[in-house]
Design a protein. Structure first.
Length: 644
């Protein structure tokens, strides 16, 4: 038999099976001790479970692993004292407990006799001193040897014999026979160990809800060690690991915990293989792949996950995520996965029911980036044919959002192959159409929809319809025109001037709302609208950053970035790199370097930061400086956390 010390050490090393052995070894001694304190079978079982769970949680504080039994006894005693303080009185056996403890095959009269006998036995045992109660219950409950009882109580065998002798004298032979018979008949639930596990499972769920990742890992890890194929516990452990990684990514400027990352992915994949293949687990796995630049692996996993779904709508959602993941390999210089993107999108088109109404069928082309890969494999005509057919079918129901997405998808085909005149032409048509819509035109209020009615509520109407959204789409498209004009070697100034005009209109509107808020200081709704308008302004500005940078309009790039930051907005995606490059180009090198040092998170881990830094010619003058070389090396190290 493995001694307690070795089992405790195995537990501390993460072997949950060792804990199961300890539970099986000590469940009756602990139960007996608790029964001697509580005088109630049900309460004793509850206290025993609590004691065993508390012992596992505190194993790291056990000074001598070989003395686990005596240490556990003290924990159990404390649990019982806590119980007694709460109860203040001895409680009788409940009817529910009686159903659990008696043989259902016996007739009601026999059950009444059994209940009365057990209650009498508890009362008789209660007349003994506490040491005598402990000795009697431990000795007869599971027919433990004198040596086992003595070791658990930390007394000599002679002391145990004396306590049993005095108890027998006090109870006399008649009562002693009844005590012995009743205790021997009293068995713990066959599921006692499993119930201990279920309690740990409950605590693990609570820890997940409270985002106490360490506690959740401990509780779920305890279960998976004992029951390696327990699906819910495996899922809980995986999500606890995932939460810890997410928190580390948010708080740490440079994520470098390779072991945590490996353990997290292993736990997630294990849970997934066991059957925990819900969307949250799938998204967690694919997100880690995306976050750390494993785009091909992430895309392949999402394709496999989509194939396992019974719901075609869920499959389409996963395939769309797969396309986005594959795309990022291309944009971060990690490979050309355009054929993979097209394969995924063609599968999406196959999955969509043939009788799906046109507006809902159009959602499979949204966002517009879903279709970009067709241009890379020479299949643009396939895109044009379906988009034209959908537009004809939708007709008068065309919303601003749908017209915008249609234009973006259409022009993506031209942009990807450098047909700038076509990009400008189609984009211009949309801008003129959107700007020309009367303020009371119902098309401004057509709410976006999902691929079926169950998904409609997921799309916030305020963000994708209405007056503000109209100007958001116009600014986005004007920025695309500006970039295309520059790429075609033409003057982009008119497009930027048009952007400025729209900004001035929206800024004036914001100032008007601010004045109203000042005049009505108690109007909380108006103040909220002002903050909302400021947030939206940052969205209008953001479109111009990349366009201004690519056109060499460095002062414009910096000005727009500062406008966003002054309004409390955050720069996203590649914008921090663009403002750093613009600052360096303008001679403000110190701030440019500081901006570079402050880039962290997904831009670094998935490789985009290093890839775009290499492309920005404005950094050529500082690339070889030791501090910049060290920074790029640091970025590479973060990327390699996953690779290694």
């Amino acid at each position: 038999m493995i001694d307690d010390g070795r089992l405790v050490e195995a537990c501390l090393e993460g072997d949950g099976r060792a804990f199961t052995l300890l539970v099986d070894r000590y469940r009756y001694p602990v139960y007996g001790l608790c029964l001697s304190y509580t005088g109630d079978f049900d309460a004793a079982e509850d206290a025993a479970q609590e004691a065993l769970i508390a012992a596992h949680a505190g194993l790291g504080k056990l000074p001598e692993p070989r003395r686990f039994g005596p240490w556990l006894r003290r924990i159990a005693a404390n649990q019982c004292l806590t119980y007694l303080r709460r109860q203040r009185r001895r409680i009788a056996l409940s009817e529910e407990l009686e159903k659990k403890l008696v043989d259902p095959a016996r007739n009601p009269e026999e059950r009444v006799v059994d209940r009365e006998e057990r209650q009498q036995v508890l009362e008789v045992i209660g007349r003994l001193s506490r040491p005598q109660q402990e000795a009697v219950v431990l000795f007869y409950l599971e027919e433990r040897s004198l040596r086992q009882v003595a070791d658990f109580l930390e007394v000599s065998m002679q002391t145990v014999e004396q306590r049993l002798y005095r108890a027998r004298r006090r109870l006399k032979e008649e009562w002693m026979d009844m005590v012995e018979k009743t205790l021997k008949d009293q068995q713990l639930s066959e599921n006692f160990t499993r119930e201990v596990v279920e309690e740990a499972l409950r605590r693990g769920r609570e820890s997940l809800e409270e985002q106490d990742w360490t506690a959740a890992r401990r509780e779920f890890g305890r279960i998976t060690g004992a029951l390696p194929e327990h699906v819910e516990a495996s899922r809980g452990l995986a999500m606890a690991f995932n939460g810890e990684v997410r928190e580390a990514l948010r708080e740490a400027r440079r994520f470098g915990d390779r072991r945590l990352l490996q353990e997290t992915l292993a736990a997630l994949r294990r849970a997934y293989e066991l059957g925990a293949d819900d969307i949250q687990v799938v998204r967690a796995i694919s997100s880690l792949c995306f976050q750390f630049g494993q785009h091909r692996e992430g895309g392949q996993f999402l394709e496999q996950a989509a194939a396992r779904r019974d719901d075609w709508k869920e499959s389409i959602g996963l395939l769309k995520s797969g396309i986005a993941t594959y795309y990022h390999a291309y944009y971060s210089g990690r490979g050309d996965n355009m054929e993979d993107c097209v394969r995924c999108h063609r599968r999406i088109r196959e999955l969509a029911p043939a009788d799906l109404e046109p507006r809902r069928r159009f959602t499979i082309w949204q966002p517009a980036g879903m279709s970009m890969a067709y241009a890379h494999v020479g299949a643009s005509e396939e895109v044009f044919a379906e988009l034209d057919a959908l537009r004809a079918e939708i007709g008068g129901e065309w919303s601003v959002q749908e017209h915008f997405q249609w234009t973006s998808a259409y022009t993506n085909q031209y942009r990807e192959v450098g047909k700038w005149d076509e990009v400008i032409e189609h984009s211009r048509r949309f801008v003129d159409w959107a700007k020309g819509i009367p303020d009371d035109d119902p098309r401004l209020s057509i709410a976006p929809i999902g691929i079926d009615s169950s998904q409609d509520h997921r799309i916030p109407d305020r963000e994708h319809a209405g007056e503000w959204f109209r100007w958001w789409t116009v600014c986005y498209t004007l920025a695309r025109i500006a970039k295309s004009l520059h790429s075609a070697g033409r003057d982009s100034t008119p497009a930027f001037a048009e952007l400025e005009e729209i900004w001035e209109q929206q800024e004036a509107r914001c100032r008007s709302m601010e004045r109203q808020a000042e005049e009505n200081p108690g109007d909380e709704n108006l103040r909220a609208e002002v903050e909302d308008q400021k947030r939206r302004l940052t969205g209008l500005y953001a479109h111009a950053i990349e366009a201004a940078y690519e056109a060499g309009r460095y002062e414009e790039t910096v000005r727009v970035c500062r406008l966003i930051e002054e309004l409390g907005g955050a720069l996203s995606d590649r914008d921090p790199l663009y403002i750093a490059a613009a600052l360096v180009a303008l001679g403000q090198v110190a701030e440019g370097k500081e901006r570079l040092r402050n880039i962290y998170g997904a831009m670094v881990t998935k490789g985009q930061c290093r890839a775009y830094f290499a492309k920005c010619r404005e950094f050529d003058g500082i690339r070889e400086e030791p501090e910049i070389v060290a920074l790029v090396t640091e970025w590479e190290g973060v990327e390699q956390v996953w690779q290694e």
